[in-house]
Design a protein around this ligand. Structure first.
Ligand code: SF4
Length: 440
């Protein structure tokens, strides 16, 4: 059988979808290739949320066209958001492509590969059908696993194409999620991350009386053998007191909340259709820290949204000073074709937006370091990922708050172990530390 390779772009949901694609192809007997060059089947699992990953996919398609012409590649398919967004047109634009597979059709891929080997070129883009369930997953880790809990998004932020390419919010039944988590825990996985574009909207679409996200967290907390539960991404609009209390009270639920704010100015937030104000976001962040003093709070922010002025940007700066996020992913606004925001007047030059972004990023770096500095000397529980990529003499792992910790390797610790580590030095990304005795 021909070996396959999957190139993944974008968010954790895509990483998880690639685990499903890999599981499906393995189940059909296709072996994973050692590397992309040796693969005879290549799938691009794409992202269309930002312009940059899309440009990378276009460049990759160019490089793979050369392999098609040289006869070293038998099948080339494109999946994910970019496939859903552009659909069949991709087959016309890129003759090197054999198939286009939309976001809700993962289980069609083995059939598409078979057809491609017989010379057929096709697009499968059915958004009306349900999301694939129960597909085998080739998990990237033997102790951390992703679990889908809700698909799609119904928020319609004016800059975002996700509702168009991933469809409306659809929650998985709680029994199905719990069953998957129990099977993972029984097989030795100790950490799960619940995934969804808007994970804390879980259950809203299941009707009155259906379990909501805090109920799901409570149920999963009782699963034996599971030590850590994470989730991403949360929308501030659906983050309420019940969720904060569940996080604070449930032992396995980690003290990390990724809560994208996107902007600080109320007029910009309104234009983005985010559904909250500066004050509401700040109150929520402060309340979260009040009920969970150890909480790590992280965010996403878009700088230079259409119509944003320097004074409006300063509201974002002010919010960052008030909240003091542990870290932030910041981006300059780039219009996505077909979105409401793409048609808005945008007079601010990009160079000015980049200068704002740099200013915000500089300040956030200082805050991140300061927040980490406050934790130096503490003993933290680290789930070990393995040897540090930058320094193989060290081990690296994550705290419950999702901060990276690097500490000297010794033969007694292996990946997947929980170890107490005393933090000795604050870094931008986390800590250096040393093994500590006893419990964290
Ligand atoms: S919440 Fe807004 S930004 Fe996030 S996926 Fe939904 S529409 Fe996009």
């Amino acid at each position: 059988m021909r070996p396959f390779h999957i190139v993944t772009y974008g968010c954790q949901m895509n990483v998880h979808d690639s685990e499903g694609l890999s599981g499906l192809l393995r189940a059909e007997g296709y072996p994973p290739a050692e590397n992309e060059e040796e693969a005879r089947i290549v799938l691009l699992n794409t992202c269309a949320v930002r312009a940059r990953p899309e440009r990378k996919v276009v460049a990759k398609l160019g490089a793979l066209a050369t392999r098609r012409r040289a006869g070293t590649l038998d099948v080339l398919g494109i999946c994910g958001c970019m496939a859903q967004e552009h659909g069949e047109a991709l087959l016309g634009e890129y003759p090197q492509l054999d198939f286009v597979c939309g976001t809700g059709n993962l289980s069609a891929v083995p059939g598409l590969v078979r057809s491609a080997l017989e010379g057929d070129r096709r697009a499968v883009l059915d958004m009306a059908g349900d999301i694939d369930r129960g597909i085998p997953r080739a998990h990237g880790s033997r102790f951390r696993a992703y679990v889908d809990v809700i698909y799609g998004c119904t928020n319609f932020c004016t800059y975002c194409i996700v509702p168009r390419v991933r469809g409306p919010e659809r929650s998985r039944p709680m029994a199905e999620v719990l069953d998957e988590v129990r099977r993972l825990a029984d097989a030795g996985w100790v950490e799960v991350t619940f995934l969804g574009q808007n994970v804390n909207a879980y259950g809203k679409d299941l009707g009155p009386g259906a379990p909501r996200f805090p109920d799901l967290l409570e149920a999963v907390d009782a699963v034996e053998g599971l030590h850590r539960v994470r989730f991403t991404t949360s929308h501030p609009r659906d983050c309420d007191e019940a969720l904060l209390c569940a996080m604070a009270g449930l032992e396995s639920v980690c003290e990390h909340l990724h809560l994208p704010v996107q902007a600080g100015d109320d007029r910009i937030l309104r234009r983005m259709n985010r559904g909250y104000t500066y004050r509401e976001y700040l109150d929520l962040a402060l309340r979260a820290r009040e009920v969970m003093p150890a909480l790590s709070l992280t965010t996403d922010v878009i700088v230079g949204f259409p119509g944003e002025t320097r004074a409006m940007f300063e509201q974002t700066l002010r919010l960052f000073e008030e909240v003091r996020f542990d870290s932030a992913f910041s981006f300059v606004y780039v219009p996505r074709p077909g979105t409401t925001a793409a048609a808005m007047a945008d007079p601010t030059p990009r160079s000015e937006k980049v200068a704002w972004l740099n200013e915000l990023a500089r300040r956030q770096k200082e805050i991140s370091r300061e927040r980490n500095q406050e934790m130096v000397g503490q003993v933290v529980e680290v789930l070990v990922d393995g040897l540090s990529e930058g320094d193989p003499g060290n081990l690296a792992g994550r705290t419950r708050t999702n901060k990276l910790v690097v500490f000297p390797a010794d033969g007694s610790v292996r990946e997947g172990d929980f170890v107490p580590v005393r933090t000795t030095k604050a870094k931008l990304w986390g800590f250096e530390g040393v093994r500590a005795s006893g419990d964290a």
